[in-house]
Design a binder for this molecule. Structure first.
Ligand SMILES: Nc1ncnc2c1ncn2[C@@H]1O[C@H](COP(=O)(O)OP(=O)(O)OP(=O)(O)O)[C@@H](O)[C@H]1O
Length: 268
């Protein structure tokens, strides 16, 4: 994939595969091109060169909505609107129910099934909220809920669409310890159920224990890819993180425990 913004090449021939049944990490320092690559995958941005495939289907020319319909879901950082957590997730479940294809002998049968599915959207939403671990916040406004809850609301919203591919952009940022640990377990469970999970993260450490394979992006190029332990030991990866800023050893601000205590780039 190659993506240009005027003279700047934000993604420079980078490619990756996020297989079903695995958590794939996309890691890189600020400006490495992670968000741009995710934008291309979800259809929000057109590449100058390259293709996006979902299984055998070439989605390069298809619109974002069509990719979502085919099962590519992405979390955004902050849900918008004044709806409660439950209503945000229920609305997504209802939209998904209405957009799906239903089997049935006649158009009337199919329509009835669609309406039944929409009626069940509330139940589906409650199930997903419990799975993500935020049912206690169901009646809070999603936009003003604590940062971790807002993110998990969005994850719940994405899960109600029964995606085949789930993209998460820095999901651990600002997440309280309890939710951070639960999210690790949930992502592993989702992968075990056959989902392709793609995790974009600035730091390497948070993804090490969760990912099966990590791709490290720097300057728009994939400089290393492989199992987490191999990638962590790679001299090019250490170079990318040590290159232009001092490195501190610190605990994650999310306080997720010693496994996250690690190499982090110091703030600019
Ligand atoms: N709309 C845009 N117009 C011009 N340049 C852009 C645009 N979006 C991103 N860039 C540039 O493209 C490069 C890659 O940015 P991108 O946001 O994809 O990186 P990132 O790895 O997601 O970084 P971060 O973790 O800081 O979000 C950066 O140099 C950025 O300044």
């Amino acid at each position: 994939m190659t993506v240009r913004f005027g003279r700047l090449t934000a993604v420079d021939g980078a490619g990756l595969t996020a297989p079903p049944g695995a958590v794939t990490g996309l890691v890189g320092p600020d400006g490495a091109g992670k968000t741009t690559l995710c934008d291309v995958i979800t259809g929000l941005r057109r590449p100058a060169a390259g293709t996006v495939h979902l299984g055998d289907a070439d989605l390069t020319g298809s619109a974002a909505r069509e990719r979502a319909r085919r099962g590519i879901a992405r979390t955004v950082r902050q849900p918008s609107g004044a709806a409660t957590v439950r209503d945000t997730v229920r609305a997504a479940a209802a939209r998904h129910a209405m957009a799906r294809e239903y089997a049935g002998r006649t158009a009337r049968d199919r329509w009835r099934r669609r309406l039944d599915a929409r009626r069940d959207a509330g139940l589906r939403a409650d199930e997903v909220l419990a799975r993500v671990g935020i049912e206690e916040y169901a009646e809070q406004c999603a936009r003003t809920a604590p940062p971790g809850v807002a993110l998990l609301t969005d994850l719940a919203r994405a899960l109600t669409t029964e995606p085949a591919v789930l993209l998460l952009d820095e999901p651990w940022a600002g997440l309280p310890v309890r939710h951070a640990r639960a999210l690790e377990v949930l992502l592993r469970d989702l992968a075990c159920e056959g989902l392709a999970v793609l995790l974009a993260e600035r730091d390497l450490e948070p993804v090490l224990g969760v990912c099966d394979v990590v791709h490290v992006l720097d300057g728009g190029r994939v400089i290393a890819a492989g199992p987490p332990a191999e990638v962590r030991a790679d001299s090019r990866v250490r170079g990318a993180y040590l290159a232009d800023r001092p490195v501190t050893t610190c605990r994650s601000t999310a306080g997720a425990g010693p496994r996250w205590a690690a190499l982090r780039r110091a703030p600019r």
